[in-house]
Ligand binder design. Structure first.
Ligand SMILES: [Cu+2]
Length: 160
């Protein structure tokens, strides 16, 4: 996964303060508009992955599959594969977190990214997110690059 510097400039996006957790790989604080802990769970331990799920990303602005069903407490390895010709991203969060992130990107399209709950995926590449879904509920994954979400590039995660 490409590592960008976590963007402290985006901390204001989060209406709920999140604890400052050291990033497991960079040692950086992961507070940004991306996060180590969100309402949808937390960064997972790769040694505890219970299930690997492949998600395709297409220039038709669709993820496939567009729905995931997860058992609460499971750690998933999500392998996002970009089958298109343009950059896509995948961001996990609650619907509210995704909406705040979209709003932040509208205000600042050049904002830097980098956190365990998201990955940028170059054309022809795959990137992984390891995430522990320890909260029940309905969550989203989305591509928030300009125009992509609006064109339908989002999916749902049901944790039960
Ligand atoms: Cu996209």
């Amino acid at each position: 996964m490409t590592r960008y510097f976590a963007a402290a400039v985006c901390a204001a996006v989060l209406s709920t303060p999140l604890p400052a957790l050291a990033h497991p790989e960079t040692g950086m604080s992961a507070i940004a508009h991306g996060a180590t802990v969100t309402g949808a769970g937390r960064a997972g331990d790769a040694s505890l992955v219970a299930r690997t799920v492949a998600i395709g990303m297409a220039d038709s602005m669709r993820f496939s599959p567009g729905e995931l069903l997860v058992t609460r407490g499971q750690t998933l390895r999500i392998v996002a594969r970009n089958d298109g010709q343009v950059l896509h991203e995948i961001v996990l969060g609650t619907p509210e977190e995704i909406a705040r992130h979209r709003e932040a990107m509208r205000r600042d399209p050049g904002m830097t990214h980098g956190a365990p709950n998201m990955a940028h995926v170059a054309p022809g590449r795959s990137e992984q997110i390891v995430w522990k879904f320890d909260q029940p509920g309905k969550f989203e994954f989305a591509c928030l690059l300009p125009g992509h979400y609006e064109a339908g590039m989002s999916g749902t995660i049901a944790v039960q």
